[in-house]
Design a protein. Sequence first.
Length: 327
Amino acid sequence: MKTLIVGGAGYIGSHVVREFLDRGHGVTVFDNLSSGKRENLFPEAEFIHGDILDYTGLSRAASGRRGGFDAVVHLAAFKAVGESMVNPEKYSVNNINGTINILNAAVEGNIKNIIFSSSAAVFGQPEYLPIDEAHPTNPESYYGFTKLEIERFLGWYDKLKGIRFAALRYFNAAGYDVKGRIKGLESNPANLIPVIMEAACGMRETVQIFGNDYDTPDGTGVRDYVHVSDLAIAHAAALEYTSKNDKSITVNLGSESGISVLEIVEAARRITGKPIPARIVGRRAGDPAKLTAASKKAHELLHWTANNSDLDTLIKTSWDVYQKPRR
Ligand code: UD1
């Protein structure tokens, strides 16, 4: 299939591009390189340096220089939860307006499928665990709100314009390509595993552990970490699903197991052999104690399981990239 991957130079996007190329899909990457990296691009994929806020450029790209696209994969968004609470304008413009541009460009380009990076942040504080797709959506952050609103736009464009979508609600994306082909580091990461990796290789002094008084076995926050290579596979399976069945889906993507902050720090110390200084600080606002996914729907509809999402693979594949010498 011919695919336009918007945000394909980013951390998750580049893994999706690699998976699509491996499966023989045609790939055009559209990215403004604001957080994506040139080193994440692959020569087999066409690259268009463009911005989703530039509708003219985007619609030209979506209409395809060499015939149309079968699908657009949309991974272009800001994703810092804390920042979204102090600068919601930035998230409104990029995440919401940018997506509306993508949807309208898809209509113009007659693209019939869209695979969208949604997030477990749409759920907010859990009412029960594990979180399945029927769990109420009540985002705690503006970031999560933008993701939920976009899901609703997708629903309308499905109804009114026949664009089938897959909304993939990632839990905590982590790790790097299991075959070591992607090496771009995220700049100024706020997520736990990259922060730990930066401490392991001396890019920062300590890891702050946000609270050890949660109602969890060791008192630190528990999350469902899902390997990016698994997420990439899910995107390919989702495209197969929407295109074959002419049907939209919303699914949770998680490993279905919970790992605590301390367990990750300890595993990282063991695997890297580095001391990784860590210090307990206060809780971070809005952080739930525990989040885990029920991914039954993804198993059933996409025949997908998070096979690479065990703790050691998450850390080892990250460390392989972080310990490489940089220019
Ligand atoms: C959040 C979103 C998730 C989103 C992701 C994108 C929620 C509930 N989850 O995940 O949907 O896709 O951001 O960025 O909004 N921690 C530390 N020290 C650190 C960093 C994190 O102790 O320096 C702890 C956190 O308190 C948490 C865990 O590590 O318990 C994971 O945090 P993080 O990696 O930031 O992801 P989430 O906030 O869970």
